[in-house]
Design a protein around this ligand. Structure first.
Ligand SMILES: CC(=O)[C@@H](O)[C@H](O)COP(=O)(O)O
Ligand SMILES: NCC(=O)COP(=O)(O)O
Length: 249
């Protein structure tokens, strides 16, 4: 029997639209409530160092009211650690961050930053927070994640999403499949996300050892045309269809 695949809805880019005008609308909290109504299993929000979308006040309000597990994405900085330890969300996903980047470009270098990241994994874990590390589908990064005591990895699916349809995309999918199998073999829970769309989600949902997808930008974009709940429900259908196809294969 195939494992349930959770959907974490990332609401960052609702805040991007709000911040374009500086007022309160559209409110990411309302988006979180709609996501819950549409069947999301969790809410993901990335508090960037430059606060370009989600703000401290958003995190505070989300913690108080969403009724779904919150996955706080954050860089491995002292400022973010203090915020996470103050709020103690259900989960923290540690991500790499560059102020100049347009979006999260790659995975963490866990191999090179083992010492630094170990303390974050330990302090957050001791506070009861589920820690995940956002990494490229690279077995060496997964081994390092396990070594420093992180229970979960989230595979960066951006390269897969950006790849041309055909051989390049198939190669990226193979990397994701192999990394997800490796995660299971070494005892890590495996999530995936970034750049997933209606068109590319199926094959990732079919990977049996991936148990959570975090999806945001595309859902918010589609919401402009069909509404936020409808975009989430459609994504959920496509995830379920992908999962079922994977189980039948
Ligand atoms: C880490 C990650 O993938 C998400 O946070 C998502 O991409 C939205 O945030 P950015 O677009 O600011 O990276
Ligand atoms: N960690 C990935 C995430 O939360 C959503 O990424 P995207 O769908 O906004 O690219």
């Amino acid at each position: 029997m195939s494992r349930y695949l959770r959907l974490g809805v990332n609401i960052d880019h609702v805040a991007t639209i709000r911040n374009a005008r500086g007022g309160p609308h559209p409110d990411p909290l309302r988006a979180a409530a709609l996501a819950a109504a549409a069947g999301a299993d969790g809410i993901t929000a990335h508090l960037r160092e430059d606060r370009r979308h989600i703000t401290d006040s958003d995190i505070e309000r989300l913690m108080g009211s969403i009724g779904l597990p919150l996955n706080l994405e954050m860089a491995a900085t002292e400022e973010m650690l203090a915020i996470a330890l103050r709020h103690r969300p259900h989960a923290c996903c540690i991500v790499p961050e560059r102020r100049q980047e347009r979006t999260t470009e790659g995975g963490l270098d866990v191999v090179g930053q083992r010492g630094h990241l170990r303390r974050f994994a330990q302090e957050l874990g001791a506070a009861g927070v589920r820690v995940s590390l956002f990494v490229a589908p690279d077995p060496a990064q997964l081994d390092a994640a396990r070594d420093i005591g992180a229970p979960v990895v989230e595979l960066h699916t951006g390269a897969y999403g950006d790849a041309e349809d055909g051989a390049a995309r198939a190669a990226e999918l193979d990397r994701l499949r192999a990394a997800a199998a490796h995660a299971e073999a070494i005892g890590l829970e495996c999530h995936a996300g970034h750049g997933l769309t209606y068109d590319n989600v199926g094959p990732v949902a079919a990977i049996p050892t991936v148990v959570e997808l975090n999806i945001g930008h595309y859902l918010v974009g589609e919401a402009v045309f069909v509404g936020f709940e409808a975009s989430i429900r459609r994504m959920r259908e496509l995830m379920d269809a992908g999962r079922a196809a994977g189980a039948a294969a």
